[in-house]
Design a binder for this molecule. Structure first.
Ligand SMILES: Nc1ncnc2c1ncn2[C@@H]1O[C@H](COP(=O)(O)OP(=O)(O)OP(=O)(O)O)[C@@H](O)[C@H]1O
Length: 224
């Protein structure tokens, strides 16, 4: 079976202000080409889980596998490289560098990876912008484009290194319904046309109902 992501007995405790068992025996996996959403009440542990799955948080018990390789326990530098190469992440807020152009923003993660020449990276970035219908914005400053356009640039940036999985923490949370639908359609297209795996935390029922699977969280556990 082609598993892109697998979580095995993940537990997490916050130690302050008081000891708090925030994630309890989390077990699940995401297959290649699967588009899954995580839903649950505020405080149920969705973001905490996503930050562990995306390797940004390493303070947990249990095992995490990416492309069937054990990720847990890897050194910081290697983890950072694995994350940059294999995991794309889209946040509620776009976190673009406002003084940089759209094109430069999209190129940044590939420059950090340093596997390709400047020309190749520029070409790849233009391809991603074309795919998202925002290539005409390439030379604009990131601060001078609309909110919906910024989120599409953030998606292009998340895709620049051709990750195995794209994760999102409320990626449509800041958008109006038109732009939220646009982001959903982009995700669906990435799954259908590129076989990309997607895992998205969302409060939007309409969004979640149209994904392949809803992972429902309650009080730090997965209940479905
Ligand atoms: N750094 C921290 N220290 C202590 N407790 C924390 C910390 N971060 C989060 N929590 C607590 O852990 C629980 C889970 O938080 P988390 O942000 O994962 O929930 P969530 O389901 O994503 O909520 P929301 O939908 O509101 O974003 C909450 O009770 C929260 O208060």
């Amino acid at each position: 079976m082609d598993l892109v992501l697998k979580a095995e007995n993940i537990n997490k405790h916050f130690k302050k202000p008081v000891l708090f068992h925030v994630l309890k025996d989390i077990n699940f996996s995401i297959k290649k080409g699967e588009f899954a959403s995580i839903m649950g009440k505020s405080g149920s542990g969705k973001s905490t889980l996503l930050y562990i799955l995306s390797t940004m948080d390493t303070d947990y018990e249990g095992k995490l596998f990416l492309n069937e390789e054990l990720i847990t326990g890897k050194a910081h530098q290697e983890l950072s490289r694995i994350r940059n190469k294999h995991i794309g992440f889209v946040f509620q807020f776009h976190y673009l560098l406002s003084e940089f152009s759209v094109l430069e923003n999209v190129m940044l993660p590939a420059k950090k990876l340093a596997e390709k020449s400047h020309i190749e990276i520029e070409h790849d970035a233009m391809e991603k912008l074309k795919m998202l219908n925002i290539d005409h914005l390439a030379l604009k400053r990131a601060s001078r484009i609309s909110g919906g356009e910024k989120q599409r640039v953030a998606i292009a940036r998340a895709l620049i290194n051709n990750p195995a999985i794209l994760m999102g923490d409320e990626p449509t949370g800041n958008l109006d319904s038109y732009n939220a639908e646009n982001v959903f359609q982009i995700f669906k297209q990435l799954k259908e046309e590129k076989g990309l795996s997607l895992l998205v935390v969302t409060h939007d029922k309409d969004f979640a109902n149209r994904t392949d699977r809803i992972i429902q969280m309650e009080d730090g556990r997965i209940i479905t």
